[in-house]
Design a binder for this molecule. Structure first.
Ligand SMILES: Cc1cc2nc3c(=O)[nH]c(=O)nc-3n(C[C@H](O)[C@H](O)[C@H](O)COP(=O)(O)OP(=O)(O)OC[C@H]3O[C@@H](n4cnc5c(N)ncnc54)[C@H](O)[C@@H]3O)c2cc1C
Length: 378
């Protein structure tokens, strides 16, 4: 069987960031990235809000808080170095009425605990100066929250990976089984190519960045996702676009206070680099992966958004796109953190397991990559 140093399963933004970081830090290593789809970022990495998050919401000392706050400046630095389009557009977390002020103040305090040092509390007059058309009595301003072209980011990671002499990225190759050879300690990966034929490849390090299907790999290696607390639940988020004429009235990302247990951040406004504004994403559990948007959900979006965007009409919003979160939080669970583990304690040295890589996974992709590469001894 052929053998390489590292196999990364999944060419989303995290798998590619990890492989790019390996290429930079360990140029002598051979790295293969495998993805079942025809191109990088086919799933969650190209179906998200493309927001570079500040890091305010996540619990103290969580990986989400740490990796987001560390990852944001690393991502901006990378964008500047490689001319990846991005913009520090800034975000307002608003209180629509007095009763919501304590909840946004709690977010600001949590942000400070997490190391977000430049948040500003705004009163109604300050908000009106920044966003004259919205309805808000107060807000928290996060000036370093931004937006990014995630497609160009992944294309750059892909280019860096392919610059490695021993590396390759193979699309349309689905990993269907994995075993650990107890004699050699290597992982033997079975994959199915575009012709439907199976082949095998061995590696010393196996890095699981399989996103929505991220609980399969560990299960194939004998771990129990339910007992380990990282069974994946799919939580869909739909977006509705705001008409161009009304998009122009918004200058920032605008978020109402988040939903309970961070199931989602509430129907908020994000903007794309070309100036279009979108509402969403919503959050509901699903049993299959499809990216259709149900136009009937428009009424809910309108009602939620009209509470702070009084200038929009129902006709201003239209079904746009959807993404699915790989949550490890069941409908009754409290908030859960990213799972990023080198599974040595479970008798699997060399198996690095990433599960539940929902938001802020895009923002944190480089800090995650650096953390993982620190565990790879080649
Ligand atoms: C609606 C929504 C909005 C979001 N907004 C933001 C945001 O604004 N900012 C932010 O920081 N984060 C955001 N996120 C989170 C962010 O998008 C994810 O954390 C990130 O994209 C995850 O990347 P990934 O590489 O882990 O997963 P993916 O992009 O899903 O990549 C996993 C890859 O693995 C491949 N794969 C799976 N199984 C196999 C197999 N058996 N064999 C071969 N290949 C396989 C898949 O084809 C896929 O390409 C959002 C997520 C959602 C859903």
């Amino acid at each position: 069987m052929d053998k390489v140093d590292v196999i990364v399963v999944g060419a989303g933004v995290i798998g590619l960031a990890v492989a790019a970081e390996l290429t930079k830090q360990k140029p002598q290593a051979s790295v293969v990235v495998m993805d079942k789809e025809q191109q990088f970022g086919w799933h969650t990495s190209s179906r998200n809000s493309e927001v570079v998050h500040g890091g305010m919401y996540y619990p103290t000392d969580s990986l989400k808080a740490r990796l987001c706050v560390e990852g944001r400046p690393l991502l901006y630095e990378f964008c500047e170095k490689y001319a990846i389009p991005h913009q520090r557009i800034g975000k307002l977390i608003i209180a629509r009425e007095e009763s919501e002020i304590p909840s946004i103040e709690t977010i600001a305090r949590q942000g400070e605990i997490n190391g977000v040092t430049n948040l500003k509390e705004l009163d109604k007059n300050d908000v009106m100066k920044l966003e004259p058309h919205i309805k808000a009595v107060a807000a928290i301003h996060s000036p370093s929250t931004g937006i990014i072209d995630s497609h160009k980011l992944m294309a750059k990671f892909e280019q860096i990976v392919e610059s490695g002499a021993e590396n390759c990225i193979v699309y349309r190759n689905e990993v269907t089984a994995v075993e650990r050879n107890s004699g050699t300690g290597e992982y033997e990966v079975t994959f199915k190519g575009p012709d439907g034929c199976e082949d095998r490849l061995a590696c010393r390090y196996l890095i699981n960045c399989a996103g929505l299907w991220g609980d399969n790999i560990g299960a194939w290696l004998g771990l129990n996702p339910e007992q380990a607390g990282w069974k994946i639940y799919w939580v869909k988020g739909e977006y509705f676009s705001i008409s161009a004429s009304k998009s122009k009235l918004l200058n920032h990302l605008v978020y109402p206070p988040p939903l309970k247990a961070l199931k989602g951040l509430g129907i908020h406004v994000t903007k794309s680099l070309d100036g279009r504004a979108r509402l969403g994403p919503s959050a509901f559990y699903v049993n299959d992966i499809n990216y259709d948007v149900n136009p009937d959900h428009g009424d809910e979006f309108f009602t939620a958004a009209h509470s702070y965007l009084p200038f929009i009409t129902r006709e201003d919003i239209a079904a746009d796109m959807a993404g699915v979160r790989p949550k490890i939080q069941s409908p009754t669970d409290p908030v859960k953190d990213f799972v990023i583990r080198h599974e040595v304690d479970n008798g699997l040295p060399g198996f690095i397991n990433l599960v539940g890589m929902e938001s802020p996974g895009l923002t944190s992709c480089i800090s995650i990559a650096r953390m993982i590469v620190g565990w790879v001894e080649l």
